[in-house]
Design a protein around this ligand. Structure first.
Ligand code: FPP
Length: 240
């Protein structure tokens, strides 16, 4: 049973295994991504219903551009579909959509739909749903360092560079409401690595890995991963 007193505030998810799911079902990879998008919608609903404050999903990494042009454009078409069909429901549920990463380079149609969604849900106060798009943590840290150097040179920063200051310059910082670090990061499909997702922010996160492929990641499995997280004893480097 989920303990509502100990809900994670911020949940990060590496949605992995759409391709293997497609292979298992003998269908094209994009059919797997479509099933993955449906799973993602269900998880957004459930996260909102559970009262989780922040949900961050790894939707497209800086490395995913290496995939075939057909697969890349297909993934962005799915993003448009998600945004178009679900804007009303997102609003009804008071969900605020934000992005992590430089999305200015994604295809025009996807960028425009996304911008509309960001704008329309801007004042919502429920679940904050962060979509990491063209996101990579090393890119994020590199951009932060460059921005800090520039602000030092321009005299906007004086004094010491602290951890708090670095955090503010990350995509999860000022640009995204300075969201708290993830309490738990979930990765599906049996892979057990971070793949350049929230490297700085996950310093004290719990990791929950499941063999379930992303399209099969149901709200029930989501709740099980939260229960697994709740069994962990978080000490943040201190002692009891
Ligand atoms: C990982 O599976 C999944 C992705 C790289 C894309 C994730 C996309 C979605 C869940 C749907 C689209 C939603 C948005 C918001 C763009 P994989 O292809 O790496 O699977 P594999 O490792 O089994 O090949």
């Amino acid at each position: 049973m989920i303990d509502y007193e100990r809900m994670p505030v911020h949940v990060g998810i590496i949605m992995d295994g759409n391709g293997r799911w497609a292979k298992q079902h003998n269908v094209p990879r994009l059919v797997g991504h479509n099933a993955g998008m449906e799973a993602m919608k269900e998880i957004v609903r459930r996260a909102s219903d559970l009262g989780i404050k922040y949900l961050t999903v790894y939707a497209f990494s800086t490395e995913n551009w290496k995939r075939s042009e057909e697969e890349v454009s297909g993934i962005f078409k799915l993003l448009v579909k998600f945004v178009r069909l679900d804007l009303d429901e997102l609003n009804e549920k008071n969900v605020k959509v934000m992005t992590l990463g430089d999305y200015s380079v994604i295809p025009d149609a996807a960028r425009k739909s996304l911008e509309k969604t960001l704008e329309t849900t801007r004042d919502n106060t429920g679940l904050q749903f962060n979509i990491a798009l063209n996101y990579g943590s090393r890119d994020e840290i590199t951009k932060a360092v460059n921005a800090i150097v520039k602000d030092v040179q321009e005299g906007k920063i004086d004094g010491e560079i602290t951890e708090e200051l670095i955090s503010r310059y990350l995509f999860t910082g000022d640009a995204c409401g300075n969201i708290p670090d993830p309490d738990v990061i979930i990765r599906t499909s049996g892979e057990e690595r971070l793949s350049n997702f929230l490297l700085w922010q996950s310093a004290y996160s719990e990791f929950v890995f499941t063999d379930v492929l992303w399209p099969d990641f149901s709200p029930e499995v989501f709740e099980q991963t939260i229960e697994e997280y709740q069994k962990r004893d978080r000490r943040f480097g201190g002692r009891k």
